[in-house]
Design a protein around this ligand. Structure first.
Ligand code: NAD
Length: 356
């Protein structure tokens, strides 16, 4: 039964291949940097993410994340939602761990404007945040990169960091599944700058991290294993998978930067949210979790990435500082990149128009 007549409505549908093709014409690091600046100016809307976790029939952890976001610098604003879903058992099935859609909405009618594969943009915008952190927070000439975990995000990081950090000479990789480390090395060898860097697999996480200027954990762990003593003086840790550092490593860092304090604070699962609730991490203004007594060695968050990119915070004080950047992952970055990808797809006739 229909309740009322609907005038026809079409939206653009982009498969992963369409997204990858359209994204060739998009400066993803530039789009992410602009979105970060808008966020710092308060010209974004970023509600708390919705997290649904369950256990699959085979006993693996699975989850669905729904992440809305808007950039209000317009008019018109850019409005969207990313949903990204994952099962830890997928890589063993030979399929990606995570997959989903990003939806863009018409800002006037709130109707769907575009629906596109989410995982490619998600991986590339995350790597772009690391590239910006490396530009603003790493030592002057980072030479070595450690990638712990050799899945989708590791590939995105290897590709983008080789492109954006011209001083890189060495990449060390480690995965608990050695076959994944080997296939990442093959992927690196095939990159345009792959032949100009030394890429090696390390036998353990500690050996991977040792001496690295840039440390990027992209694993699926839920308990920290990187103590402060593993990190070289001057290291920048882009703590992408959010649970790899130990509490001690966060407390010992000379500078602690987050992408969005409210997202970090409101999440009870990952390390920084847990530390805040336990009284060992205070917000940027020194605020404790309501009712939590600050612990004697508690530290505060020093700055947001937007503060760093816009120069409101000077960043590292010296070449020996250990810096931790903890990017929770902001939907506004997916929405900003999706908007550029959609514009490119429209201009080049990529994708299909579907009706509702
Ligand atoms: P993936 O499943 O493709 O790859 C993860 C890899 O880590 C696997 O190869 C696995 O074998 C390896 N691994 C697991 N435990 C390990 C350990 N202890 N030591 C070494 N390797 C280990 O996952 P992905 O899509 O590449 O995502 C990686 C992580 O990045 C996930 O935790 C994901 O949630 C996170 N992520 C964060 C953001 C953000 O903005 N912060 C965005 C996207 C993804």
């Amino acid at each position: 039964m229909d309740f009322e007549p609907h005038p026809g409505h079409e939206f653009r549908y982009l498969t992963r291949a369409d997204v990858v093709e359209a994204a060739r014409g998009v400066d993803i690091v530039g789009a992410v940097a602009e979105a970060l600046v808008l966020h710092g100016e308060g010209r974004t809307v970023l509600p708390e993410e919705a997290y649904l976790g369950w256990t699959t029939s085979g006993g693996a952890a699975a989850r669905c994340l729904a992440m809305p976001g808007a950039l209000t610098a317009g008019p018109p604003p850019v409005v969207g939602l990313k949903t990204i879903n994952a099962s830890l058992a997928n890589p063993d099935r030979g399929i990606p761990r995570s997959q989903g859609f990003t939806l863009l909405l018409d800002p006037d009618t709130a109707r769907p404007l575009a629906l596109m594969e989410a995982a490619y943009i998600s991986a590339m915008r995350t790597a772009a945040v690391t590239a910006l952190a490396a530009r603003h927070l790493a030592v002057a000439s980072p030479r070595s990169l450690a990638l712990i975990g050799c899945g989708t995000l590791a590939r995105a990081h290897a590709a983008l960091l080789l492109d954006t950090v011209p001083t890189l000479e060495e990449i060390r990789v480690y995965d608990t599944a050695p076959g994944r480390a080997r296939s990442l090395l093959e992927f690196v060898a095939g990159l345009p700058r792959g032949a100009h860097v030394t890429a090696k697999a390390a036998g353990a996480a500690r050996a991977c991290v040792a001496g690295a200027d840039l440390v990027v954990p992209v694993t699926t762990v839920t308990e920290g294993y990187i103590p402060p003593g593993w990190l070289k003086l001057g290291a920048l840790v882009a703590h992408v998978s959010l649970d790899d550092l130990t509490e001690e490593a966060v407390l010992a860092a000379d500078l602690l930067v987050v992408d969005d304090w409210s997202l970090v604070r409101d999440d009870p699962r990952r390390l920084l949210g847990r530390m805040h609730r336990a009284g060992s991490l205070l917000g940027p203004r020194g605020e404790p979790w309501p009712g939590a007594a600050p612990r004697p060695r508690a530290r505060k968050v020093d700055a947001s990435l937007a503060d760093i990119v816009t120069g409101r915070h000077p960043g590292r004080r010296g070449e020996a500082d250990v810096v931790v950047s903890n990017p929770f992952g902001m939907a506004i970055l997916d929405v900003a990149v999706a908007d550029r990808v959609h514009a490119e797809a429209e201009a080049r006739g990529i994708g299909r128009l579907l009706g509702i």
